[in-house]
Design a protein around this ligand. Structure first.
Ligand code: ZN
Length: 354
């Protein structure tokens, strides 16, 4: 059974695990790991150390002055590596995140990242008009940004940073630029494609946009914009983002997001038939996932949200999935997502649905 190990879980491990960690860490590393941690976890170590080691650890803890999140994170990382080396934790995922905002911004803008295969219906003849290959791309981007601003959504901001995420969807034939609102509406009501088994399949997997004037499908982009356009990945709807992230982890036999029953936040005994729009989209999402057929009585237990057990860091090799996940995450939850604290804090994916 796969689950996620967070630092707080040390409070519940066997004594042997605590001893293995204590043996593998230098005293000052252990002190950094435990500094400003809760008494429960500290006591686990205090109880398992020899008298001499305990005194040394207490001395080191006393010596630590100003907090240093880098040192603390490095120490936690080493603890995870030590625990992960134990046979019984062989299949466990461990909390991980980017070192800091700077590290994450480097990932977003400069890190050499692999090209991904197109997500969704990847017919080779579906055009993908890229920003960098679009004549007049900068002007079109301005136009899209202005439309999004007027609509009040569609621009994702990285907190404490000049970096923005902006959709870039331009018909390769007539040059029409679509705002985020237009994209979102289209994704919820796609032009039916007979090659899709069911409409739900299409909503979940058909990442193409359609220009009705030109009768043409094309693939939209999502841009990372700093001082200039820094990176371009495939754009997709939030439903598709969840779906393709789940597919990615499923290939490693890891169930995340809605494919893990434990992540559902339910509100039981929901009696009214009027369902808020956002909730309806979650319901739709649920009904579209084959695994969820085993979910008991979805109609009775209203789903309020899905907890986010995905670490952005684990999507490093999948920049489109990472950027789309970031794009759809509310700003208040982004720092946790970057640090990998989203699991410890029980953050929902894309915010709680009201
Ligand atoms: Zn067109």
């Amino acid at each position: 059974m796969q689950n996620v190990f967070i630092f707080e879980d040390l409070a519940y491990v066997k004594d042997e695990v605590i001893r293995a960690v204590a043996e593998g860490m230098a005293p000052d590393e252990l002190a950094w790991a435990l500094t400003r941690e809760n008494e429960h976890i500290r006591k686990r170590f205090f109880n398992d150390l020899s008298w001499d080691d305990l005194n040394l650890l207490k001395k080191k803890l006393h010596e630590i002055g100003a907090p240093d999140s880098q040192k603390k994170k490095a120490a936690h990382k080493k603890i995870f590596a030590l625990v992960g080396g134990l046979p019984e934790y062989k299949n466990v995922r461990f909390q991980q995140g980017f070192d800091d905002q700077e590290d994450f911004e480097w990932f977003l803008t400069d890190a050499p990242l692999p090209e991904e295969a197109v997500y969704g219906f990847s017919q080779t003849d579906t055009p993908w008009p890229r920003f960098f290959e679009t004549h007049d791309g900068a002007r079109i981007l301005q136009e899209i940004t202005a439309k999004n601003k007027a609509d009040g959504f569609g621009i994702g901001r990285l907190p404490n940073s000049a970096i923005q995420l902006v959709n870039f969807a331009v018909c390769p034939k007539c040059g029409r630029a679509f705002s985020f609102k237009e994209l979102a509406y289209y994704y919820a009501h796609p032009r039916q494609d007979p090659s899709c088994k069911t409409p739900v399949d299409q909503i979940r997997e058909d990442t193409r946009m359609y220009c009705s004037a030109c009768k043409l499908y094309f693939i939209p982009s999502l841009l990372v914009v700093g001082r200039k356009v820094e990176r371009e990945v495939q754009g997709m709807s939030r439903l598709q983002t969840l779906y393709f992230i789940e597919q990615h982890f499923a290939r490693q036999d890891v169930r995340v997001l809605s494919s893990s029953e434990a992540n559902f936040v339910r509100k039981d005994k929901f009696h009214t038939k009027i369902m808020p729009k956002e909730t309806a989209s979650v319901q739709l999402f649920l009904s579209g996932i084959a695994d969820c057929t085993e979910t008991p009585a979805v109609s009775k237990a209203l789903v309020k949200g899905i907890l986010n057990d995905v670490f952005l860091k684990e999507l490093e090799e999948k920049p489109a999935l990472a950027c789309n996940l970031l794009y759809y995450t509310p700003p208040a939850l982004i720092p946790n997502l970057i640090e990998g604290a989203n699991v410890a804090f029980n953050d929902p994916v894309f915010g709680i649905w009201q």
